[in-house]
Design a protein around this ligand. Sequence first.
Ligand code: B1M
Length: 211
Amino acid sequence: MNLSELSLYVQKGNAKMARKLVLQALEEHIEPTKILHEGLIDAMVKEGIKFKNNEIYVPEMLVASRAMSVALKALYPIISQHGKKIIGKVVIGTVKGDIHDIGKNLVAMMMKGTGIEITDLGVDAEPAKFLKTAEKIGADIVCMSALLTTTMPAMDDVITAFKKAGIKDKYTFMIGGAPITTNFAKQIDADYYTPDADSAAKLARNIIIKK
Ligand code: B1M
């Protein structure tokens, strides 16, 4: 199967066909990570470029992202299947002001696949929500995602809230998202930045195992 066809259906926002092609690709034993990168993430990268060039607008980007989410769900059982025992707990969310959740969902899915229990705060999550939930579930790691340059400071707000409560050192803080860098992580006192879901999941597992 040609994965660029899958990417095109996602870009057009055809969720039904996108899901169908993911299932077909799996039947053809195409690697799930290949389907993810060449069929699904590729579509979002192309949508991002078209949006930047004013070739499409928010509504088109929105229908494409819906198709992406539907198609991603078809991959979920494979990516997040583990059968391992739970090794630790993560609280994850997209920070306040930001409603991008595809990357965050992918990170959560892959972490789950390594045996980590996930509590997902969804999008537009307030600092107090991170703090309250981390304390409530006894999280090992607090994970934050941001896709907008304008919402990056909200990550700092979360860490500041933990500092103010005197509990910052109880947790490891991991951050990520397209505009995030290692330098930014250092600036706001986050412990780690990882560029993608796969590296985030591997790192989280290592952190928990070494605890
Ligand atoms: Co938005 N958007 N968007 N958008 N959107 C971007 C991010 C943008 C780069 C597009 C562009 O201009 N080229 C741009 C941001 C510019 C900037 O700030 N520098 C942008 C903009 C401007 C906006 C609006 C302001 C548009 C408007 O209203 N005028 C608006 C903001 C809304 C808000 O949040 N308040 C907006 C809205 C939307 C939609 C709602 C339409 C939709 C989101 C739907 C959804 O998420 N459910 C949307 C989309 C789809 C995009 C693009 C096209 C795709 C994002 C995506 O899902 N990528 C995006 C362009 C782009 O990114 N190229 C764009 C696929 C996903 C798998 O990648 O999320 O990067 P990503 O996650 C990666 C890594 O970053 C990493 O792992 C993932 C993969 O392995 N990662 C982590 C993510 N979180 C991590 C956490 C970790 C570790 C790794 O540790 C904890």
